[in-house]
Ligand binder design. Structure first.
Ligand SMILES: *Cc1c(COP(=O)(O)O)cnc(C)c1O
Length: 495
């Protein structure tokens, strides 16, 4: 399997090099030259547990990894860090299937990929004969940061630096990050939003002089964001897993089409669903759910992408994003692998903040449906589902549910549907308690009291990692301006 850059199809490299580099030198993202397809041998597939399926799917992409190497990565990733051996359970609620991806150590779906990325990166670095220390630079809208810190803490020959928006993340998200253990971890709050953090990180990657200087001092940069293909590929697995489990549970028949609803920010998770579809997963519609930062809704309905607007801070902070990086990979696919065109669109985006795709590209967006949920609708849905069946959704999942309701209302489509549930409600307990109307004075209580309340009222168990958080020491107390991100990196690395 060969990888190339979305902005230069002359590039031809193996997965290990793409994983180590994170982002291509031309600023493009690495993509497989051809998306592999799988043989739907149901007898075989239906027998697989999560690890076996992960091995089977990931192997199609990382062909330069030995079987035993990949096996070891999978074994180490999907172990007792997850609170259920099923790893990604599926629950039928109100006639839809919630694929719960938040049973990992940091309670959000980012664990699904970030528990395996460090293992993949380590092996990739050996294959690439890298003798330097790998510095993972990560911008986070809240969940990637902690999941990456958890995955990379004390991993040999790596350092990890996380930039999070000082305003915007939930209290629990922030606490999870600033208490992160590990001698090789650095956490920085910046005075900006996620887009600023992501822009800043991309600028550092593209600053050749700085990168060169780090190299001379023994460091190379890589990324744990979904711009890294090593993060994206493991996310394909759970779409197949969810589908196969619906067959096992006799909810759908073999080869039956399904819809998939994904609460979307950086377009990584839904892109993984798109790759799954290209690999052969029977998909009717990919439903892209946005919050009030509805750039993707506009894009999917009009074909123009326009980031020139104000970022709104919502109750689903992990989706407060105006620049959805992974859309670049979709553009590459729907333009028939036209890297010249993608490069031009991306430079328009950089200069003008907007671009419009061609008519033939628009036609390729047929399998997508985009809509968004307002704050009011998000809160209303949490309450409605809780009142009718006692199931508690987090705010991000509720965005997806709200958009699915709109989809059903407009299309009357009865296709069986998976809603991707991306975070534990405890992670966003203040909003969730407000939504379901817990009868305490929500505004005056701290998050830990609210967590107790939510647990008592909704009769759901508090995850162990949240309980532990209460007693952990704050070890990262760095705040920098968004213009000082580079100097923060230099300071941490003592260069
Ligand atoms: C990151 C995140 C999302 C958005 O996923 P993308 O891959 O960025 O589109 C949605 N929900 C939660 C809880 C997240 O952490």
């Amino acid at each position: 399997m060969i990888y190339t850059s979305t902005r230069n199809s002359n590039i031809s490299i193996f997965s290990s090099e793409a994983i180590v580099n994170g982002i291509a030198l031309d600023g493009g993202l690495y993509v497989p030259k051809e998306i592999p397809t799988i043989d739907f041998d149901y007898e075989n597939l239906l027998k697989m547990n999560y690890k076996e399926l992960a091995y089977f799917i990931i192997k199609k992409y990382l062909t330069d990894f030995e079987d035993s190497e990949l096996m070891k990565c999978v074994e180490r990733a999907y172990d007792s860090k997850f609170d259920t051996p099923i790893i990604a359970p599926i629950k039928e609620i109100e006639g839809v299937h919630f694929l719960e991806l938040y049973h990992g150590p940091t309670l959000a779906f980012k664990d699904m990929a970030l528990s395996i990325l460090p293992q993949l990166l380590n092996i990739a670095a050996v294959k690439q004969n890298i003798k330097k220390k790998i510095v993972i630079l990560t911008a986070t809208s809240g969940d990637t940061g902690k999941a990456a810190l958890e995955g990379f803490a004390n991993v040999e020959n790596t350092l990890i630096i996380v930039f999070y928006p000082g305003k915007g993340v939930s209290e629990i998200q922030k606490l999870q990050m600033i208490t992160a253990a590990g001698k090789n971890t650095f956490v920085v709050g910046i005075d900006g939003n996620f887009d600023d953090a992501q822009d800043g990180v991309k600028q550092i990657f593209n600053d050749n002089e700085f990168v060169e200087m780090l190299y001379e001092n023994g460091y190379i940069l890589s990324s744990a964001n979904s711009i890294n293909i090593g993060r994206l590929i493991p996310q394909i697995v759970y779409y197949f897993y969810g589908y196969l489990n619906l067959i096992k549970d006799k909810k759908i028949g073999r080869d039956e089409l399904i819809n998939i609803v994904v609460p979307t920010g950086n377009f990584g998770n839904i892109l993984a669903a798109y790759y799954a579809e290209k690999m052969g997963l029977p998909v009717n519609k990919l439903i892209c759910a946005s919050n009030e930062n509805n750039v993707l809704y506009d894009f999917l309905t009009t074909g123009s992408y326009d980031r020139v607007r104000k970022l709104i801070l919502t109750s689903s902070p992990s989706m407060d994003i105006l620049l959805s990086s992974n859309l670049e990979r979709l553009l590459y696919e729907i333009s028939n692998h036209n890297s010249e065109l993608v490069k031009n669109l991306m430079s328009e985006l950089l200069i003008k903040g907007k671009y419009e795709i061609t008519d033939s590209m628009k036609k390729e967006l047929n399998e997508f449906f985009g809509d968004y949920s307002t704050e009011e609708e998000t809160f209303e849905s949490i309450k409605e589902v809780y009142n009718s069946c006692g199931y508690v959704m987090d705010t991000h999942t509720s965005v997806a549910y709200s958009v699915y309701k709109k989809y059903k209302k407009t299309t009357k489509d009865e296709t069986p549907t998976i809603i991707v549930s991306t975070a534990s409600p405890f992670k966003f307990c203040r909003s969730v308690c407000n939504a379901i109307g817990i009868k305490v004075d929500v505004d005056t209580l701290n998050d830990f009291t609210l967590i107790e309340e939510l647990s008592n009222v909704a009769r759901i168990k508090i995850p162990q990692s949240i309980k532990a958080l209460k007693h952990q020491k704050i070890v990262h107390n760095n705040s920098y301006s968004k213009l000082e991100m580079k100097s923060a990196v230099a300071k941490f690395l003592k260069v």
